[in-house]
Design a protein around this ligand. Structure first.
Ligand code: CP
Ligand code: NVA
Length: 322
């Protein structure tokens, strides 16, 4: 049985198997393939969502399945029923689950106790579906493989989205630069899990403003100087400064991350024709400015659309017909 719980655990060959099918689903939207015929899938969400929820709901229906959306606050899970009991009940009734929640362990436990295919639709640790979409979109719009390219992530480099980018860099062999103040660099634990070995412990070099780590077949650079990080990048990428669950830290984060914005000046430092992407939702004037978002809206909303085609490729891969 296949799950998609993290990019950390997804081998490069499986990543490519999914990515290779996205274009097929994009160019055959009305195809009559029904790999989920006769199945009912549940979306169990403890956090807000527009893109992930809608793309999975539409995608499951287009693949012939039925879908139910379960807000965690509406089911007994929200009143303290353990995830493993919820999993054992749903596993006897439905065929697959897509879960958005806080703790990564909850998604792992659900997969273990339900015995049905389970997708991580975002946890505090990872956002694997998003980064698969982003890689597809980069390769679609640039016409080039991401292997060997420079991806510069700007902003909170310690949250779920850059963590999934780190694991993708290790698997697919590109250079990932994380432009952030040291307090927002990813934990040594994540870097170690990605394959950085002893070099992962950047905290042992107090005051360092850049660190370059080999991870798997890629590299990760931790860089405080945002302009340096953007230099000759093929892709500039950002995410919100205040992730879901971090609202109490909003004022502090906005103050500390204020220099880490994608704007015209930063785009000029990147490679001519560099793509600008954002997983969305976007907060203009924070992680990206209005003019830059609008100038790159075609890329950013193609990326959003591609969530649908990628979810279909993920589901198709999970149920084994890929
Ligand atoms: N990018 C993303 O996952 O968007 P939603 O939070 O709207 O699902
Ligand atoms: N890092 C963000 C991603 C939103 C899609 C969050 O967790 O809120």
């Amino acid at each position: 049985m296949k799950h998609l719980l993290s990019l950390e655990k997804l081998p490069a060959s499986e990543m490519r198997a999914i990515l290779n099918r996205v274009g097929h689903f994009k160019s055959n939207r009305a195809s009559h393939e029904r790999p989920l015929a006769g199945q009912t899938w549940a979306l169990i969400f403890s956090k807000s969502s527009t893109r992930t929820r809608v793309s999975f709901e539409v995608g499951i229906r287009e693949l012939g399945g039925n879908v139910m959306f379960l807000s965690a606050s509406d089911i007994q899970l929200g009143r303290g029923e353990p995830i493993k009991d919820t999993a054992r009940v749903l596993g006897r009734m439905i065929h697959g689950a897509v879960i958005r929640t806080f703790a990564q362990q909850d998604v792992e436990d659900f997969a273990q106790f339900s015995g049905i295919p389970t997708v991580n639709a975002l946890t505090d640790d990872e956002h694997p579906c998003q980064i698969l979409t982003d890689i597809f979109t980069f390769e679609e719009l640039s016409g080039q493989s991401i292997e060997g390219k420079v991806v510069t992530f700007v902003g909170d480099a310690a949250c779920n989205v850059p963590a999934s980018w780190i694991f993708a860099a290790a698997r697919l062999g590109f250079e990932l630069r994380l432009a952030a103040p040291r307090a927002y660099w990813p934990s040594p634990g994540i870097l170690r899990r990605a394959g950085a070995g002893e070099d992962a412990d950047w905290a042992r070099n107090p005051g360092s403003v850049t660190e370059r780590l080999q991870v798997g077949s890629g590299t990760v650079e931790l860089i405080e100087d945002v302009r340096l990080a953007a230099r000759r990048a093929d892709l500039l990428y950002t995410d919100v400064w205040v992730s879901m669950g971090k609202e109490a830290e909003a004022a502090k984060r906005i103050a500390e991350l204020s220099g880490y914005q994608i704007n015209r000046e930063l785009v000029q430092a990147a490679k001519p024709g560099a793509l600008v992407m954002h997983c969305l939702p976007a907060y203009r004037g924070k992680e990206i400015d209005e003019d830059t978002l609008e100038a790159h809206a075609n890329t950013i909303f193609t990326e959003a659309e591609n969530r649908l085609h990628t979810q279909k490729a993920i589901l198709d891969w999970m149920v084994g017909s890929a």
